[in-house]
Design a binder for this molecule. Structure first.
Ligand SMILES: Cc1cc2nc3c(=O)[nH]c(=O)nc-3n(C[C@H](O)[C@H](O)[C@H](O)COP(=O)(O)OP(=O)(O)OC[C@H]3O[C@@H](n4cnc5c(N)ncnc54)[C@H](O)[C@@H]3O)c2cc1C
Ligand code: FES
Length: 257
């Protein structure tokens, strides 16, 4: 659908937040869904760009995005009143688990994909990771939503110095009323490390993988990821992350030997 921009603001550095009037998308959006955005009609932007739905309320869809290339840079230049074509909500969303406590583990703009879970799973914990303070997002927002926020940065400029997964052992030491259910999103190396750790520690959860996408609707196989398949001689098969994902049960993600 054609969606008008209500606001498109720079949050900090390369990070922007855009709000679209998109009632049909907002009504159907669940945590972890994404929209496939056609930024404008020019040939350069024939391929849509996938972006997670950060929030969807009162007919408004909010996206938080980082400028990394041509498409995201063009989006950042659009002003109130301009229109983009939004296809979505797309993909398989996260599954809220009311019998568990949410443990959100995210890197960089991955913090946007899990944001809506703060409503369906209040009172959780979020481990926010980033290269440095400049890439840390939504710290105050998660706190305001009542989440226990813990931070790790690679350069130690905020929180623990190191990878976000290094915050997990400390958390596991404190007793919890309910078991944790992990929701993860972030760069692929972080998610592969998280999937391996979850397997070792027998932690349940779902991870959202950001694969580069073309069609976004399951027809081109440009976005495949390896998932476990015991019936295959290689023990894996390829799954289309735009259709079968981007959210996968952590136990399904193939991490090799
Ligand atoms: C399901 C999903 C959800 C996403 N959610 C968000 C989000 O909430 N916020 C956000 O900022 N970005 C998100 N992304 C990444 C976003 O789609 C890319 O950053 C964007 O397509 C880049 O387009 P571009 O034209 O600016 O860059 P390009 O010129 O196409 O590429 C510039 C750089 O970005 C890298 N890149 C391109 N596509 C991706 C991708 N899919 N994932 C990671 N890196 C990519 C390229 O490898 C290259 O290094 C998501 C991706 C997926 C698949
Ligand atoms: S992007 Fe075409 S099948 Fe997923």
């Amino acid at each position: 659908m054609k969606a008008e921009i209500l606001e498109n603001v720079n949050l900090k550095g390369d990070y922007f937040q855009v709000r679209f009037a998109a009632p049909e998308v907002a009504a159907a959006a669940k945590p972890g869904h994404f929209v496939h955005v056609r930024i404008d009609e020019r040939r350069d932007f024939m391929l849509r760009r996938p972006v997670s739905i950060k929030d969807a309320e009162n007919g408004v869809v909010t996206l938080l995005y980082k400028v990394v290339g041509k498409g995201s840079a063009a989006l950042s230049r659009l002003e109130k009143g301009a229109c983009c074509d939004l296809m979505g909500p797309q993909g398989r969303p996260f599954t809220p688990q009311p019998d568990h406590r949410a443990l959100i583990i995210v890197g960089g703009y991955g913090a946007a994909a899990t944001w809506q879970l703060t409503r369906s799973m209040p009172g959780g914990v979020v481990l926010l990771g980033a290269r440095s303070t400049d890439d840390l997002l939504l710290v105050d927002e998660y706190k305001a939503a009542g989440y226990d926020v813990r931070v790790a940065t690679n350069d130690g400029s905020m929180g623990k110095k190191g990878f976000v997964t290094e915050l997990i052992p400390e958390l596991m030491e404190s007793p919890q009323d309910k078991p944790f259910f992990v929701y993860g999103c972030g760069p692929k190396p972080m998610l592969m490390a998280l999937a391996a750790l979850m397997r070792k520690e027998k932690m349940e959860g779902e991870l959202s993988l950001d694969e580069i996408m073309c069609c976004g609707v399951g027809s081109c196989f440009g976005c495949v990821v390896k998932v476990n398949d015991e019936s295959s001689p290689d023990k894996f098969r390829y799954a289309r992350s735009c259709k079968e994902g981007p959210v996968f049960p952590a136990e399904d993600i193939y991490i090799g030997e």
